[in-house]
Design a protein around this ligand. Sequence first.
Ligand code: ZN
Length: 194
Amino acid sequence: MSKKLLLYIWTSLFAIGLSQIVFGQDQRVLREAERITGDRFTVSVKTPKGANVYAVSKPSATVLNAIDMGLTDLFAVARKNKYYNRLNYSDYSVYIANADRLKDSQGQYSPDIAIGAAQYAGSVYDQGGYIYAAGMVIANDPCSFVIAEHTKNFERVSNVVRYEGEHLVLYHNDRRRYEATKDHSKGGGHPILQ
Ligand SMILES: [Zn+2]
């Protein structure tokens, strides 16, 4: 066998191995998102600014722009706080799940996802074994969170993206502040960064 061919085989095997690592990481987060929501994320797209989006159905351009806007606001307020890690759009993966409810207890349009209560059991958030949340972090690394599908009130999408993103920016920039603010059952909400 020629040296050239050996080199080619070796390089190809290396490339396959590398892609499996990248793919494997996404697969792990994807499985976690599917476990939490009970949904299948069959659509994979990028926002105009390069954030990764996995969705139950094809998101509109308006939704993709709303995600970018939320990340833009997040990055601006992060820099204001002198946090500079993970401020690229491509660092973020947003999962768009089916909404488990469309209105909140006041009757306002509020697409949310139901999540097993765990640490929220017995708190004001507890709805009997699960809670409704606008969004939830799925993985700190790679930065991934889930939101519910919206058909209107897209400013809310931007807000939820900014708010869930706050936990991830804090995780990668200020671990102590992250620990102090990650669990809302002990009080505190969003925005965290001013
Ligand atoms: Zn939060």
